[in-house]
Design a protein. Structure first.
Length: 266
């Protein structure tokens, strides 16, 4: 496949902040684009803070469940001791117990959901920071199959962990560029467009990637989703020129026409 000009700054095409479509970018423009790329990478540093906040949310959820369990137990004890004497008042106690029990069940469901999300988030952070990979297979074929399985199930965070682990352990494998591409797709699916562009840029760095065209096309999609229509249009147009045989070319042309016609890229 045809490569974009300039092996280093040319990779910043994926952000197309201010480039001329006919040639290479100037050094000033290239520096500006790389600053933007680096700023996107800084978003990864917030992951640890997000992890800590999520852990705090989990702890508050647990405390609320424990507190509600205690209140319900005390109310039931009161009901059993005074059931024969208080009559109508106990009816109100029963109603309160039923209400609190329903609240408790909802809290427990939400807590279980938070626990699952936290576990996956921790795996994602660990993978990003080079930490443990959990129970992922050690064999690379099994690892790839697991990543594909998670992706097919729309389990974006878990799939991302597996793909990143594969890429880290198998740098010379022919599927490593595809692994980064799939990571980008998981971010797109979650609406994390800047992170997606960072991952797609890694794909273009591979000399003969069979998904380079897809990475550039999907980077344009990410820019469009961010509302950066001019940049998206420029990247679509560059993509059409550089990859005339890509299966995405027709869709890119359609999106270019839509931007020109409507002035929007949503």
């Amino acid at each position: 496949m045809k490569r974009v000009c300039m092996s280093a700054i040319g990779l910043a095409l994926l952000l197309v902040v201010s480039m001329s479509l006919g040639g290479c970018v100037s050094s000033g423009e290239g520096e500006k684009m790389w600053k933007e790329i680096n700023s996107l990478k800084e978003t990864q540093k917030t992951m640890q803070q997000d992890r800590e906040q999520l852990a705090e949310t989990l702890e508050r959820s647990k405390q609320e469940i424990d507190s509600l369990n205690t209140i319900i137990k005390e109310a039931r004890d009161l009901l059993s001791r005074n059931n024969a004497d208080l009559g109508a008042e106990m009816i109100e106690v029963r109603k309160a117990i039923d209400t609190m029990t329903g609240r408790l069940e909802n809290l427990q469901r939400e807590h279980e959901k938070l626990v699952k999300e936290f576990d996956l988030f921790v795996q994602d952070v660990d993978s990003r920071l080079g930490g443990a990979s959990g129970s992922l297979p050690s064999d690379k074929e099994d690892l790839w199959a697991e990543a594909e399985k998670r992706y097919s199930a729309n389990n974006w965070v878990a799939a991302r962990v597996a793909y990143l682990q594969f890429a880290r352990q198998n740098k010379d494998d022919g599927r490593t560029d595809n692994a980064f591409y799939q990571v980008g797709e998981t971010y797109l699916s979650q609406g994390r467009y800047a992170d997606a562009i960072v991952e797609f840029r890694k794909v273009v760095e591979f000399p003969r990637s069979d998904v380079a065209d897809a990475a550039i096309y999907r980077s344009a999609d990410a820019l469009a989703a961010m509302g950066r229509c001019d940049n998206a249009k420029a990247l679509y147009e560059s993509f059409v020129a550089d990859y005339p045989r890509s299966k995405y070319r027709r869709d890119a042309i359609r999106k270019i026409r839509n931007i020109k016609k409507t002035g929007t890229c949503k």
